[in-house]
Design a binder for this molecule. Sequence first.
Ligand SMILES: NC(=O)c1ccc[n+]([C@@H]2O[C@H](COP(=O)([O-])OP(=O)(O)OC[C@H]3O[C@@H](n4cnc5c(N)ncnc54)[C@H](OP(=O)(O)O)[C@@H]3O)[C@@H](O)[C@H]2O)c1
Length: 315
Amino acid sequence: MKAIVVTDQGAGTAGMKLAERSDPQAAINDVVVEVRASGFVPTELTWPSTWTDRQNRDRTPSIPGHELAGVVTALGYGTTGLSVGQRVFGLADWYRDGTLAEYVAIEARNLAPLPGDVDFTVGASLPISGLTAWQGLFEHGRLRPGQSVIAHGAAGAVGAMVVQLARSAGAYVIGTGRAADRQKALDLGAQEFVDLEHDALEDIGRVDLVFDLLGGDIGKRSARLVRGGGTLVSIVGPVEARPADGLAVDFVVEADRAQLSEIVQRVRDGRLRTNIGTVSTLDDAVAVFNRKVRSSGKTIIRVRGDSRRASAESR
Ligand SMILES: NC(=O)c1ccc[n+]([C@@H]2O[C@H](COP(=O)([O-])OP(=O)(O)OC[C@H]3O[C@@H](n4cnc5c(N)ncnc54)[C@H](OP(=O)(O)O)[C@@H]3O)[C@@H](O)[C@H]2O)c1
């Protein structure tokens, strides 16, 4: 099969290559999915799991990409809950070969059914950003209606989901980002916007929940804005400053079938908008990930199926 591989940790996206790899095999409780669309988070080339296995042994050449939508083509020993020909989407294991490939072997529990009226491109754009926002707000942040939320990076992949999910849960949402992101954040549902390059973050006052995806100085200053009993939720590693009288939580997103199904249902009924930017092909993926121009929204790679194994359906 065709796949994007990386071997050189120091090279970043410039080290990505389109290569021929052997087809993956389904292990116990796995399925093999013919990947139709794949999502890639640029920071994954800095994650240890891209380069080593769970025993810290080199696992290169590895295939990046951890979000996918596609069609199940094989079941592993003992796999239940999914069937061959089923449309699925989900989040691939950090320590296994990923989804910038024509096929991926993945545990069935990491996937949810993708409804027939949801495009594969949309399906592949949702798992990391949607699940991260959902888990940060509702599991780790225990958000309740009427609470106030700072959604940092509100126009980005995760931030756009945080704004929309928090707002639909009845929260008061203050988005942040660059000056150019203001209108997008407001359109997504933020009631206020703070331009981090020109406005004073501290003018926001106290809030119940900060969703931090920027860290550094912004993260530290944000901790001081959490009111008593509130929570600072970080997705960029352990927090450097904790709220004086609140909780600090950092976490890494996990696959969850029920949450994926909730998220895609919200997309279907119009409550959740996707944030898709460039859509390209596997052949052009290396060039797209190495573009110098900044693009807004999530980049999705449409992966063509392998003609040797026509998929059971192609909606
Ligand atoms: N722990 C987890 O499970 C988890 C899950 C998903 C993501 N993450 C991490 O979360 C971070 C965000 O991910 P993402 O996919 O949402 O990224 P993204 O799409 O690039 O969004 C980040 C947003 O923040 C803006 N921004 C960045 N620095 C800023 C600054 N100094 N001032 C104002 N705005 C700024 C960006 O604007 P520009 O594009 O103009 O820079 C962009 O709009 C990444 O570090 C990622 O690795 C962690």
